[in-house]
Ligand binder design. Sequence first.
Ligand code: ATP
Length: 872
Amino acid sequence: METKHITIPINQFITQLASDKENGLLSDEAIKRLQKFGSNVIQADKGKSPLRILLEQFNSLMVWLLLFAAGLSFWFQEYLDATAILLVILINAVVGFWMELQALRSMNALKKMASVPSKVFRDGKLIEIPSEELVPGDVLFLEAGDIITADARIIQAAQLSVNEASLTGEAMPVEKKETELPEKTPLAERTNMLHKGTYVTNGNAKALVTATGMQTELGKIAHLVQSAKQSATPLEKKLQVFSRKLIYITIILVVLIFVVGLLTHGDYVEMLETAIALAVAAIPEGLPIVATLALAQGMMKMAKHKIIVKKLAAVETLGGTTIICTDKTGTLTQNKIEVSEVIPVDIASEKNKELLTRIGMLCNTASVEINNNGVNEIGDPLETGLLKYAYKQGVLKEQVEKIFPKINEVPFSSETKMMATLHKNGNGFTVFAKGAAEELLNQCTFIVNGYDKSQLTEQLKDEWKQKAEKLAASGLRIIAGAYKETTNENTPLLEDLIFAGLYCMIDPPAEDVYQAIQEAKDAGIRVVMITGDHPATANCIANQLHISSENEPISGKDMQPYEHLTEIDKQKWLQTSVFARVTPAQKLDLVTVLQEQGNIVGMTGDGVNDAPALKKADIGIAMGQRGTQVAQEVSDMVLKDDAFSSIVHAIKQGRIIFSNIQKFVIYLLSCNMSELFVVSLAALSNLHFQLLPLQILFINLVTDVLPALALGVSEGNPYVMKHNPRNPSEPLLKTKQWYAVWVYAAVISVCTLGAVFVSHYFIHAGTQFDPKLCNNILFFTLIFCQLFHVFNMASAKVSFFKSEVFRNRYVWYALLSCTLIILALFFATPVKEALNIQPLNTEDWVVVFVSATCSLLVIQLLKRLKIIHDED
Ligand code: ATP
């Protein structure tokens, strides 16, 4: 095992890799290396090949049944029928293949969108690049929450710790630093190395990329890493159960029809084929894949709205969300943080003001570049806000940092709510610190006094805390600044500080949040604000947005750990809408309490410590811009625009998709059921114009499928967000919907048989019974009844012509295509023969269309009179 990369002195290593500590690689060189070393990707899981997907289409109960029917036809030398059935198998396989491929493509495209970028120094600038483009020699910059995207040797680290569980199984974060290690140090003890696939839990670091892609430690064990297989979503599982049930019912009915047919009719081959055709019609084998397709398309649609849903199951859970727990900064607010005012301790002192500017600028990990092309900001908006403030005062971070180089740092964490940096200052050192006012004040023992400092008494401390609280109550974000001078390089950075003043920052609510909150309320979804900010700031913003409850905001310091919670505490939590100064651990407790009460919780988060709460929530929502890579990795959904309105939009889409799948199922079921009715009735009453097996197959595999698919991509009606969330434990179809299916099927069957009756007794009264004509009327009426039936899938709360189905262009495309296919039937002689079709006269066509319209009208009437309900 080659271990030179951990033993060699770092500077020598940098030279060896022809890189530069400060400037990184030159872009040209990086391109050359990318060609030489290849993309930084792990090629472990290539997924199913298209050929395999295609072949799998032929392995299903339906195909076996059809093959049996084809065999039967061959045996009895009905070659046309046999060929037609084989064709049906082929068409069916192609459609299934296409659908599965589409779903897979969408998912792959989404995977790419969710991939994490890397921050590297190239040509002397810190930039973000797609991680696939990393090459050995690149100088990486990593912060808490970043996923490590290549193997790298640490050049410089500040309080760095890394979670390496994915590689070594060690759950606790490991401390890392720049050092040289002896040869053959085992992987888990290589404290000077960072490894691909692990993540930074604390601190920050600069590191030299040593290996990429399959050369990394992760790449070497890639074959062991189980491919993350998407398991079936609850909806898909529900559909599988549903399909199985239907199969049993169908088998019983089909056997019954076959036996009865035999007893009355006698031609057992035809009866067997009819039975098989019916079985094929009724077995909803395509349901799960259609659901997958609808979910995957929903994901793509959301992606266009900058919402990346990572798991199919999440799309579905979204629809059932009952509570959204959202953070404030950047989700409800604009996150364009601006310093509106600084309040020095000594208001008259310019020096004190300058000091605050310097603290805000140097105790800062962000960077802002202002040039002719505009402003390029990297880092936390609070920090870029401070940098822009400094810039307005005419000071540039890069210049000042040269005079006061940073040598150490205590990075910001949501737990401490503070950070500090240590800078060289001539022969001594200066510490700059900033953080939440009440926290930082607690770390101060002195206060600025003119050119000097004086003792910070408890009384003074309280006065400043109250001042901060008052300012916060007007919705401002308040940060305190402090410093100290020292000669001791190892001084604890967050102790004995000199309080210098406050920064007041504005971060107003985002424009579209008001409307989104109202929409959520209308949809029976509660919005709860969980923020790290001050309770007064949080409450003010909550009031502006109308999300406050009667209960006062709960502050993190008053929240007991989960084990100590009483029932009363839990009830109080349940009724409160604003939680402030909350730590990530408390977020997790809150999710637990809310879930215990049967809520489906959507929870936003961005920090590395939010990961457990994001995982625990039913829908973990990470912010694409602000969120750490770890938060994005563990969450179910990433909002590229960090906007609250996107969450509500996603919930709406989730509901629409579910309702589309439901409509799709109701439509197909009622169509299939009507065929079963018609064929059973015809068999039982020994009518001599029974539907032929191929006709049944034609209806099911051609004319039913297209409108059904169109229903799957419907836009949804305006009422999707006007009812309470669906209970996810409910079955796919409720009893009332089953009832609707039976009624629809009955109406369609009556109208279809009625058409034959009218044609025979009125149009062709007195002529001899023509079984072929009657059969054709039956066939075409059934087709058009079913085609028109698609309009019955619209909400009865919306007027017919304005409904989501009427306005769905895909429905019209589907109807048009079906009509063209039917027209084409009359010209394609072999198909015409196989389907036993003859030209109909105008009167007969009128009967067909009037009957189909009748079935539409009757069902519309029943729905609008609320005799049947098929909506949630
Ligand atoms: P939210 O949870 O809604 O995003 P938040 O940004 O205020 O709100 P945190 O990021 O946990 O939540 O920050 C908590 C507090 O820490 C803030 O209210 C602020 O007082 C302080 N703070 C935030 N960012 C910094 C920073 N970069 N440096 C110093 N203090 C900070």
